[in-house]
Design a protein around this ligand. Structure first.
Ligand code: ADP
Ligand code: MG
Length: 685
């Protein structure tokens, strides 16, 4: 959105509140207006108590017959009251909100709206919002936006700010040419912005969303197209010859490359020697063996006298790459020098690393974003490889090459995007697909179980550990929370230490730990010193400990399918039979169906396609795909048809009017250049 006025210009937002908004990435009124709701609450009319359903947010209307009770236990305070009507009764509770006791007057009719849960076989409503009858009638039926929030900045405050911003804004001039809007039945831009926040019903919401999704794709693809033009036939300063040492290295590996790895490596090697700058995407499911292909390319650069860099999205992964590359090199007495650069290194360590890079005492540089964020000066950096992360564009490339020449670029991704979509989204890249797993891999055995099955799972983990294997246990949360019933890493570690024999070392890992602590734990797990690792999703991408054979995922219902697939990809990476245990703590039928997809298949493409079928076109706020293509609203799977439409329009438009000089394209030109300005770094355009 184009409004660049500070959010401080809104009533009621001073320095203190503005700081909270900044935490959400909102600085301007435009940012606020594109802080789209993460969900909508349909405020439906109250239902009879007898028709309350588990796991749903519902409203009931009832008169209080007596004042609520305040109960204290442990350090908790709970306000509780029973509601009754002709169809049944239900207990309503609030935790640590003692004032609710005095807020509610006996004899008055209220509407209670909250989540219905089942505890000890009985339904109850937790933490409901309370309305007077009139207040509820004023809002129901309607759809209320739910925004992502931060501590100190709740939904109500954001709703208020957004509606103020909508009222006081200057309307945006329509920039999408009317022939495109007509052809695809797209809402007017101001209508779309208004109704994405405050739709009256589902059809208004879908209409508004369609326009904004189209725009997201459209603007993004104009950028991709520009990149493609800029890159086409760009001659490279780093032309490489095949190196005999690389071939020797390949032959010395304990395994043979799969035909798919071979083909991909040949395509890369062809690019490196072609005289043009390489821009290639390597797509391959988890465990397909992308790393070794990357290493062959890096070694080729090194033996041609150049530097090569490998960038990973997390410190854990960067360090792992560093260790495993070093091991492969030293086992063979190869004289390739490596260096690691990560954010958690001390200033002194960093200085030493930079010095080695600047003076070309290091051939291979492995690290996190620190590789580009810090002032690293490369010396003949000929190849940059990014593992499991965002596309890599001119912006980052400039940061890498400094005043030097453009390096070859290889992007490695496990996101299972069908080829037709990949060609559009990565239009600026050539694509290689590793569509085979290494031989001898046994398919992972899966099971979806309910929480009662836990003791058996622990027993199973114990047996696996006794056979010399290792296990991951994933919990969605770090610490206990009163509001959310989900397993947490800290308590779970304690439980497992009790449940498993003391000879088994159980440790934990989560994102709030210091970099050094995380590294130490990860190293101990990789070396086998720790047998059971309880972790949040920090280990989701890339981590490779082939000896680990059990992946147990608690509250599996809380994760998206793509994420579960990535997590499961941490096992089954060696010769041992591996297992994935998904604990489903929800009774919900559709959750069961979703998990069943994973239970039946280990194939990322299949899972993505089935996920799509289950979600259906109206189910737009379903679970987001994890992965490297993040749009604000758009989902490349559910919105595939719009993606294709936007792609066609962009291509036609830029074929006919490459510089957007026509009168009818002036507003669009202005919008695109603002977009490129805003996203220069983020989207790497
Ligand atoms: P990903 O594609 O998920 O990044 P990795 O590159 O981490 O996968 O490879 C997973 C595991 O498979 C590693 O332990 C690696 O050594 C091993 N591996 C790679 N290629 C082969 C192969 N052709 N045969 C057997 N094992 C392989
Ligand atoms: Mg990997």
């Amino acid at each position: 959105m184009l409004n660049t006025e500070s959010i401080r210009s809104l009533k009621g937002i001073g320095d203190k509140t503005a700081k909270l908004y900044e935490k959400l990435g909102i600085f301007t009124v435009g940012d606020l207006l594109s802080h789209y709701p993460r969900a909508y609450e349909s405020m439906e009319p109250p239902v009879p108590i007898g028709s309350l359903k588990e796991d749903q947010v519902m409203a009931v209307s009832s008169a209080l017959t007596k004042a609520p009770d305040l109960v204290r236990f442990n350090r908790m305070q709970m306000v509780s009251v029973y509601l009754k009507d002709l169809t049944g009764s239900v207990q309503v509770v609030w935790f640590n909100m003692p004032y609710m006791k005095n807020n509610l007057k006996p004899g008055t009719v209220y509407v209670f709206r909250g989540r219905v849960v089942k505890k000890r076989g009985r339904l109850m409503m937790e933490q409901p919002e309370v309305f007077t009858q009139e207040a509820y009638e004023a809002v129901a039926p309607s759809m209320q936006p739910v925004y992502s929030q931060t501590k100190g900045l709740g939904n109500k405050a954001i709703v208020k700010a957004v509606s103020q911003a909508l009222e006081s804004r200057t309307l945006e001039r329509e920039y999408m040419p009317s022939y495109i809007r007509k052809k695809h039945q797209l809402a007017e831009i101001n209508y779309a912005v208004e109704h994405i926040h405050f739709p009256e019903n589902q059809s208004q919401l879908l209409f508004a969303r369609k326009r904004l999704v189209f725009d997201e794709f459209f603007l993004f693809l104009t950028g991709v197209r520009k990149l493609k033009e800029k890159r086409a036939d760009q001659t490279s300063a780093y032309v490489m010859k095949p190196a005999a040492q690389v071939k020797e290295f390949e032959d010395s590996l304990p395994y043979k490359l799969t035909p798919a790895q071979k083909r991909t490596w040949e395509e890369i090697a062809g690019d490196l020697s072609s005289g043009l700058v390489m821009n290639r995407l390597v797509q391959g499911d988890v465990g397909s063996g992308k790393t070794i292909v990357a290493l062959l390319a890096l070694l080729t650069a090194a033996y041609n006298g150049f530097q090569g860099a490998l960038m990973a999205p997390t410190e854990v992964l960067a360090r792992q790459h560093f260790e495993s590359v070093n091991q492969l090199l030293s086992q063979r007495n190869m004289e390739i020098r490596t260096v690691l650069v990560t954010g958690s290194m001390t200033a002194r360590e960093k200085r030493q690393a930079y010095e080695k890079i600047r003076t070309h005492e290091a051939d291979l540089i492995i690290g996190t974003h620190a590789l580009i964020q810090e002032k690293v000066e490369y010396h003949n950096l000929a190849l940059v490889i990014t593992d499991e992360q965002h596309r890599f564009g001119v912006g980052q490339r400039e940061l890498f090459s400094g005043k030097g020449e453009d390096p070859h670029v290889l992007v490695m991704s496990a996101t299972p995007i069908p080829r037709t979509l990949a060609i559009i989204l990565y239009g600026d890249l050539d694509i290689s697909v590793i569509d085979q797993l290494p031989q001898g891999r046994q398919p992972i055995k899966n099971c979806v179980v309910n929480p009662q099955w836990r003791p058996k799972a622990y027993e199973f983990i114990r047996k696996q550990v006794e056979e010399g294997r290792q296990a991951y246990v994933i919990c969605p949360m770090v610490e206990p929370s009163e509001l959310l019933e989900a397993e947490n890493v800290l308590d779970y570690t304690k439980t497992l230490r009790k449940e498993l024999p003391s000879s088994i070392t159980v440790e934990y890992l989560h994102g709030q730990m210091k970099g050094k602590e995380k590294n130490a734990i990860m190293e101990r797990f990789a070396s086998g010193d720790i047998q059971v690792l309880v972790s949040t999703t920090v280990i989701e991408v890339g981590v490779n400990v082939p000896n680990a054979t059990v992946m147990m995922i608690e509250n599996a219902e809380r994760f998206g399918l793509a994420q579960l697939h990535q997590l499961r990809g941490r096992v089954g990476r060696g010769a041992f039979q591996s297992y994935c245990i998904m604990v489903n703590c929800s009774q919900d039928e559709s959750t069961g169906k979703r998990l069943e997809i994973l239970n039946q298949s280990n194939d990322g493409f299949y899972i993505a396609s089935q996920d799509l079928k289950l979600r259906g076109p109206g189910d737009i706020f379903g679970l987001r795909q994890s992965g490297d293509l993040e749009f604000k609203l758009a989902d490349i799977f559910t919105d595939a048809a719009l993606l294709k439409a936007a792609s066609q329009e962009v291509n036609q438009l830029l074929d006919e009017d490459p510089e957007l000089e026509k009168e009818e394209h002036q507003e669009l030109r202005r919008r695109i250049s603002a977009y490129v300005g805003e996203n220069y770094e983020k989207l790497n355009l």
